[in-house]
Structures are given as structure tokens and as C-alpha cells.
Design a protein around this ligand. Structure first.
Ligand code: FAD
Length: 530
């Protein structure tokens, strides 16, 4: 299967005009005219809204800023805030909306849609709770609207934070022109921002298949799918990573007949084998079809839908659907931003090479988030942003605190379907491949009182530990709210606790968290309730 980069422009959405009701809140001011807007604190939820400051104070002769951050996603805006907290003078350059993919077209809107879908499913299953109805009507447009409302609210919160921290925001397309300079273009205006250090935080965009060019009508990227206002009759999802699985769950809940095609031999191939088997069973039980080992080879787009051709161990097959979501992977936004001109090294896939301080090979240039390709998740980008900001400040003699080395094996990875999937570190087979002698503890949620009370007993907690020293090597959870449970193990791993120490901590009854304790006990064969 060949990949090509999408030629989608940052503002690209649905093909049809007028299908983009989402209006931007930030006012695009011509660069070169210094202006500011007063933040208006909103009330409730701790989120405060306000207009971002767009001002220009730089001279082209000497670096005006200590740091200029290119890209205002979760990596970039967090790096900007941390640097400003330390006392550095910070510029943040963004061509689109503050908050990046995460707040606008990723983590946040999908979680809103998932919540709506979960409620729809609960109501459909109302009989179990004594709820009946004659004619259930669900409105996907309302889910869409709520997703935009929540995204907008958070974007405004980031705009306010920039103002609060005195980060100067420049709206426009940024290109690195030297080790200390970024050219910002907005409409016909140009401005060079100069800084002692640059942070590249330009994120990533969807990979597309050469024979399935996204048109926002039949073939969709995640970005385009987040702008639709109704559910199709049928949909093929290509790729069973978190993004593909989350959309599959959402649209199935709204009545779409969904088939997930995965090229690798199992669904959610990056998860532990037992998680793959459980989520496959769960999706199939719900009526979501999954085909693993299905290599998509071609597609035919017609007036009524798309025929997707694939090869599996059953030979050549095809499936027709009204819509197709291509969720195969992403590609970094590193081409055309001037990295080559200043000699920043990127690997063969285009990701920027960085050291533990997020420094590139060019001394004044750092990179964080999806462009580094380490673990393409928002909280990873944020953690890297903090490290980059502190490392820059330390290099300028302005920060003397401890800068931790990031441990990617201790970072949570979550998928917010029902059941949820949450994992950290090595799968059982990866741990064995790395030469560990492992002990595995497992606790099924059907033996947990709170799961039964919730009427949601799918799943389990699995702990992979080093048999010799008890080090936690990996944790793999599937079930209700496990994304909220996993952080206990993240903290435990960071604090170098053993399963026995987790098991000795008393957990409240009845809670889902008891299943963590029991899984930890089960590493030594001492779980009480199984
Ligand atoms: C559908 C979906 C769901 C997701 N769900 C989750 C989730 O639940 N949890 C999770 O942890 N992660 C999730 N992710 C991944 C997460 O969104 C990314 O890992 C995260 O946004 C990366 O942050 P970043 O700061 O590196 O880049 P981005 O968020 O991509 O931000 C980069 C910013 O740089 C700007 N930019 C790029 N080039 C330029 C330029 N030349 N000039 C000016 N600005 C530029 C872009 O406009 C963008 O705003 C999801 C992703 C998708 C697509």
C-alpha cells in the first residue's frame, strides 16, 4: 500500500461551499499593525475566553524575542507558556487556530462526539434500565454542533492564556529563514520575527492513499469528517488505530453500517495482543465489522459511494460504502518550512531528529510534538514543550531547575471508544522480545462490583512486570473509564513502585480502581476476587 501526502490546505474542509459553518473567533489582523484586544473572562468551568493579542514589536536587526515558537498546537502553546513563566520573551506563530489539531480537529471534538455516541447507545439499550420509548430520534447535527462549541471554548481559553502570559501571537504562515529568524506571511503582509531560539511545533497532517484522494464528499480525512453534520448509511474505515476506531464507534452509534479494514494482522495492532482480541470481539458484538490483514489495493468512486478493493487471506475482495474514512496515519509538517535551508536534520520519514532536550542538530533550534514522531499524542507534545522551554532557558542561564528525561514507555496511550482502551509501556510479547522474564497479572472487570453496577463488564486490566525486580513494564486496560484509571499506573511507574506496593494501597470500594489493585495482586497470584 503506497502513501502520499495530502495536499489539503490548512483551511481545507468539506468540498461543498457553505458546509463550513464554523466561524473562526480570532481576528486576522494585518501583520505589521500592532493591535491588542482585551480579554473577556468567561464564567464557569475554569475556562476563560478572550481575543488573542496580535502585535508586532520585532525589529529585523537583532533578536527581539528569547524564543519564537512555530505552531500553536498543544506542543507549541505549552512551550510558549512555560518559557514565559520562566521569564523569557516569547513569540508564537500560528497560521490557523490556536490549539492546533488537538483542540480544533482532534482530541477534543472527537471526545465530544464519542460522549454523544455513548449516550445514544445507552438509550438504545434503555430496556436494561427500565427506559422505553416509541420512536427514538437521534440528531447527529446536534453532536457536531456541540463538538464545535466545546472546541471554540477551549481555543478561546488558549487565546486568553497567551494574553495572560504575555506571549505575543502572530497569525500567519511561518517559514524559518535562518537559525534565529522566521518569516511570517499573512495575506499580502510579511514580517520577520527574530529570536535567540526557535521551537518547531508544526504538527502533522493526514496521510492519504494515492488512489483515494479525499474529496470531503465520498472520501474523508479525519479533519473533513469532523465537519459533516449527518451520519451516512454505510462507511468503510481504513485503519484501526485510535482515530479509525473512534470514528467507527461514533458513526455506528448513529446508525451507520461500519466496516473497519486493517492491513496488519490484528485490529489495533499497536496494542497488546489480548487487547486487540477483546476490542475486536466487542466491536463485532455491537455490529461493527472488522477485517484484519486486509490490504486495501484500489478504490472506485461512483455516484452513490465507493467500492474499496482489498486483499486478505481470503483472496481479493471488495466492499461498497457511501463514505470512506482514510485513517492510515499522519505525516509531519516539516516540508517547506525552511528546515532544509538551516540544515535541521530530519529522518527518512520527514520527522525532525531531536535529543533528550528536544534540541535539533542546529544549536538554536528545538522541535516538539508530532513533528518529532516520538509518540504522536497531545500530552506527549505538551511534555516535550515543557522540556524544550526549560532547556532553552537553562542554555541562557535563566533556569536552574531539574529537567527530567522523558520516558516514552511511561506515557499513557488512550482510545476513547466503548470499551475504552488505555495502555502504557511494553506489551507482554514486546517485554519478552526485549529479554525480560515477565510476570503477568490480569483482572477481569466482570468480577468488579462497580462495573456490574454500571452494567458495563467488558474488559480487563493487565499488568506486565519484570519477574526479577517487580518493575512495571507495561499496563494494558480495556473497559469502562480505563483512560481515567491508567494514570495511577503512570504515577506508579514514575515513582518506581512495584505491583506489590500498588496492591498494598487501599482502594475505595466499590470503584473501578479496585480492579487495578486486584490486577497488581494477581501478578503474584494473590487477587482476592477471582
Ligand atoms: C482525530 C484525532 C483525534 C485525536 N485524539 C487524540 C486524543 O484523544 N489524545 C491525544 O493525546 N492525542 C490525540 N490526537 C493527536 C493529537 O491531536 C496530536 O498529537 C497533537 O495535536 C500534536 O500536537 P502538536 O502541537 O505537535 O501539533 P498540532 O496540534 O498539529 O499543531 C500544530 C500547529 O502548527 C500550525 N502550523 C503548521 N505549520 C505552520 C506554519 N508553517 N506556520 C504557522 N503555523 C503552522 C498548525 O496550523 C497547527 O495549529 C488526535 C488526533 C486526531 C487527528
Amino acid at each position: 500500500m503506497g502513501f502520499c501526502e495530502t495536499d489539503a490546505q490548512p483551511d481545507e474542509g468539506l468540498a461543498s461551499p457553505g458546509a463550513m459553518p464554523f466561524q473562526r473567533n480570532i481576528v486576522r489582523l494585518p501583520i505589521g499593525i500592532g493591535m491588542s484586544h482585551i480579554a473577556e473572562p468567561s464564567h464557569g468551568g475554569g475556562i476563560i475566553s478572550g481575543m488573542a493579542t496580535v502585535s508586532v514589536t520585532s525589529s529585523n536587526d537583532s533578536p527581539t524575542f528569547d524564543v519564537a515558537v512555530l505552531g500553536a498546537g498543544p506542543g507549541g502553546y505549552v512551550a510558549a507558556i512555560r518559557a514565559a513563566q520562566i521569564g523569557l520573551k516569547v513569540a508564537l506563530i500560528e497560521r490557523d487556530q490556536l490549539g492546533g489539531i488537538c483542540l480544533n480537529w482532534g482530541c477534543i471534538p472527537t471526545k465530544v462526539l464519542l460522549r454523544n455516541a455513548e449516550i445514544v447507545e445507552l438509550i438504545k439499550d434503555g430496556e436494561a434500565y427500565g427506559i422505553s420509548y416509541d420512536n427514538l430520534r437521534v440528531d447527529y447535527a446536534r453532536a457536531y454542533k456541540r463538538s464545535r462549541e466545546v472546541s471554540n471554548r477551549l481555543v478561546k481559553g488558549v487565546e486568553f492564556l497567551m494574553k495572560k502570559n504575555d506571549v505575543k501571537v502572530f497569525i500567519g504562515e511561518g517559514t524559518i529563514t535562518g537559525p534565529h529568524s522566521i518569516l511570517v506571511e499573512h495575506r499580502s503582509e510579511e514580517r520577520t520575527i527574530t529570536a535567540n531560539n526557535l521551537v518547531v511545533a508544526t504538527g502533522a497532517r493526514p496521510l492519504v492513499l494515492p488512489f483515494l484522494k479525499p474529496d470531503g464528499v465520498r472520501v474523508f480525512t479525519y479533519r473533513q469528517l469532523l465537519e459533516v453534520q449527518h451520519a451516512p448509511r454505510s462507511m468503510v474505515v481504513i485503519g484501526s488505530g485510535a482515530i479509525g476506531m473512534e470514528f467507527a464507534y461514533v458513526f455506528h452509534a448513529y446508525g451507520t453500517e461500519v466496516t473497519v479494514l486493517e492491513a496488519l494482522p490484528r485490529i489495533m495492532p499497536l496494542e497488546d495482543e489480548e487487547i486487540s482480541a477483546e476490542i475486536t470481539r466487542s466491536f463485532n458484538r455491537r455490529g461493527i465489522k472488522t477485517v484484519a490483514g486486509a490490504k486495501v489495493t484500489d478504490a472506485k468512486i461512483g455516484p452513490d459511494g465507493v467500492e474499496v478493493f482489498f486483499e486478505s487471506d481470503k483472496g481479493k475482495q471488495s466492499i461498497k460504502a457511501e463514505w470512506v474514512l482514510v485513517a492510515v496515519s499522519v505525516t509531519p509538517n516539516t516540508a517547506g518550512i525552511g528546515l532544509d535551508k538551516v540544515g535541521v536534520k530530519v529522518n527518512s520519514a520527514g520527522y525532525v531528529e531531536v535529543d533528550d532536550h528536544m534540541a535539533t542538530n542546529v544549536p538554536s533550534i528545538y522541535a516538539i510534538g508530532d513533528v518529532t514522531g516520538k509518540l504522536r499524542l497531545a500530552h506527549v507534545a505538551q511534555a516535550q514543550g515543557v522540556v524544550a522551554a526549560e532547556s532553552i532557558a537553562a542554555s541562557m542561564g535563566k533556569y536552574h531547575g531539574h529537567i527530567p528525561q522523558l520516558d516514552y514507555d511511561a506515557m499513557p496511550r488512550c482510545t476513547y471508544t466503548v470499551p475504552q482502551v488505555a495502555s502504557m509501556g511494553l506489551s507482554e510479547s514486546q517485554a519478552k522480545e526485549r529479554g525480560y522474564e515477565v510476570k503477568v497479572g490480569k483482572f477481569p472487570l466482570r468480577a468488579n462490583g462497580k462495573s456490574l453496577a454500571l452494567n458495563n463488564t467488558e474488559g480487563f486490566i493487565k499488568v506486565v512486570a519484570d519477574a526479577k525486580y517487580g518493575e512495571i513494564l507495561g499496563v494494558h486496560c480495556i473497559g469502562p473509564d480505563v483512560t481515567e484509571l491508567l494514570p495511577e499506573f503512570v504515577l506508579a511507574k514514575n515513582a518506581e513502585l512495584t505491583p506489590e506496593e500498588i496492591a498494598r494501597a487501599v482502594h475505595a470500594h466499590p470503584t473501578l480502581s479496585e480492579s487495578l489493585m486486584e490486577a497488581a495482586e494477581s501478578v503474584e497470584g494473590l487477587a482476592i476476587h477471582i
